[in-house]
Design a protein around this ligand. Structure first.
Ligand SMILES: NC(=O)c1ccc[n+]([C@@H]2O[C@H](COP(=O)([O-])OP(=O)(O)OC[C@H]3O[C@@H](n4cnc5c(N)ncnc54)[C@H](OP(=O)(O)O)[C@@H]3O)[C@@H](O)[C@H]2O)c1
Length: 432
């Protein structure tokens, strides 16, 4: 089985290393030898830590995908369009199997690529695109095939989890920890895809499609990142018995008499005794709940050369064995149109942090605004006293509708006594 690899960066070089070091094991598992025949990247002369001298070189990865002597094309370039998309489309058109780690590509073009692959008889694998080394696509698509999945959620971005974990452990604020993470290579120079939740949203959109059998709908994911989470929020969360995690959550819901899927990525307060609260640092975790199996939990490294190459290899082995499983668990013709339930129909309990001037009557204005929107308060913390400056007030609510909560926060933000925009974090009930 001949393999062409487009992209020789972290994952590309890791994949070449794995295929070389595990050659004997893979041959026994596939029933035939796997060999890399062709590669493509931008700079032919860059030192990559792996020997590529024996492979045919292509400057253009799409040309390689169309012309190389290969059965499988592995796309490890990245980006939702451009060279990555052209490479996958060319490989599929040529009837070659495609394996990719590219979540942006699959989140934007997954449904059409799956349809094209089915038409040309090519296999499409993207295990490495979601949660790195955790085999969650296989778990949902194959291991849980006998279940109706009711909810799938997880920590899908290691950079955010590292930052939130370190903020909690050190009491420091977001900006300083992000700068350290960039220096240590845990965060990109441009961290926006990670810290603004986009990377987790790409992965969630893919999980949603595999779990619920609907078309990939990245535009339907509600996305919030972690830039607004402060050290104070993390300390208040601890005091209230919670931890703050950036979760991606997809849930089948019935709202207004219609079935749909809620897809959301945002910081969540989860009970400190919930298993997912203890997934720390760069680790990822995914929880999938099925009607027959109950709750299943998967944890592991969500990125890095080794874990991601491990997932790439799993897809290569499937193709080499001749497995033909629909990429999104059902044939692309049978994927239902995405029906995303908007956040305005969401309901949850909420944590709200206000910075208020320390004078009598402030709280009355706040509670009136909540009451007017039928938001019921569960608890309030107002401890510090400072006649010269603003003090924090923290409120938690009982479960309430998101739209009423947003209106109440707008009213509260407009009060003369409230000096900053109120900060809200949803309190996630992870109970079934
Ligand atoms: N890094 C991870 O831990 C991880 C985890 C899961 C998924 N992924 C996904 O895996 C993919 C690759 O990530 P990575 O971290 O390995 O990226 P990377 O280190 O930046 O490597 C990208 C590679 O693509 C090549 N490339 C870029 N544009 C090209 C073009 N137009 N034509 C040919 N080659 C081109 C680059 O060539 P040069 O080297 O010559 O510049 C480089 O070798 C992405 O989709 C990413 O989201 C990564």
């Amino acid at each position: 089985m001949k393999i062409a690899i487009a992209g020789l960066g972290t994952v590309g070089a890791g994949t070449i290393q794995l295929l070389s070091e595990q050659a004997g094991l893979l041959e026994r598992r596939c029933g035939r030898a796997l060999s890399v025949t062709a590669v493509s990247a931008r700079d032919r002369n860059r030192e990559r830590g792996v020997d590529i001298s024996g492979f045919e070189w292509f400057d253009d990865p799409a040309e390689m995908a169309a012309r190389a002597d290969a059965d499988i094309v592995v796309e490890l370039i990245g980006g939702e369009d451009g060279a990555a998309l052209a490479t996958c489309e060319a490989a599929i058109a040529a009837g070659r199997g495609v394996v990719t780690a590219n979540k942006a590509l699959i989140a934007h073009h997954g449904t059409s690529l799956a349809a094209a692959a089915e038409k040309s008889g090519a296999a499409l694998g993207f295990e490495a695109a979601v949660a790195g080394g955790i085999p969650i696509i296989k778990a949902l698509r194959e291991g849980l095939a006998g279940n109706r999945v009711e909810r799938v959620y997880g920590i899908l971005n290691g950079t955010c989890n590292y930052i939130l974990t370190t903020m909690r452990e050190t009491g420091r604020d977001f900006d300083g920890i992000l700068a350290d993470a960039q220096e240590m290579g845990y965060a990109e120079a441009d961290p926006s895809f990670d810290v603004d939740g986009v990377d987790a949203a790409h992965k969630l959109a893919i999980l949603t499609s595999v779990a619920f059998g609907c078309e990939v709908d990245f535009a339907g994911v509600h996305v919030e990142g972690i830039r607004h989470v402060t050290a104070a929020d993390i300390a208040f969360a601890e005091e209230l018995g919670y931890r703050i995690k950036l979760l991606g959550i997809a849930q089948c819901s019935e709202k207004g008499g219609e079935n749909g899927v809620e897809q959301r990525v945002h910081p969540c307060m989860v009970r400190a005794d919930a298993p997912i609260a203890h997934v720390e640092g760069v680790f990822n975790a995914v929880v999938a709940e099925g009607d027959f199996v109950g709750t299943t939990v998967y944890e592991g490294r969500g990125a890095g050369a080794g874990p991601t190459a491990s997932a790439v290899a799993a897809d290569i082995v499937d193709i080499a064995r001749g497995a033909r499983i629909p990429a999104f668990a059902v044939a692309s013709d049978d994927l239902s149109p995405a029906r995303t339930i908007p956040m305005s129909q969401h309901s949850s309990a909420y944590y709200v942090r206000l910075m208020v001037v320390d004078q009598p009557g402030v709280i009355a204005g706040v509670t009136t605004a909540l009451r007017d929107e039928n938001v019921s308060m569960e608890s309030m913390i107002q401890r510090a006293r400072d006649p010269d400056g603003p003090v924090p007030v923290v409120i938690t609510t009982h479960e309430t509708g998101e739209s009423g909560m947003i209106k109440a926060l707008a009213t509260i933000g407009g009060l003369d006594t409230v000096v900053e925009q109120p900060r809200m974090i949803r309190i996630e009930s992870l109970k079934k």
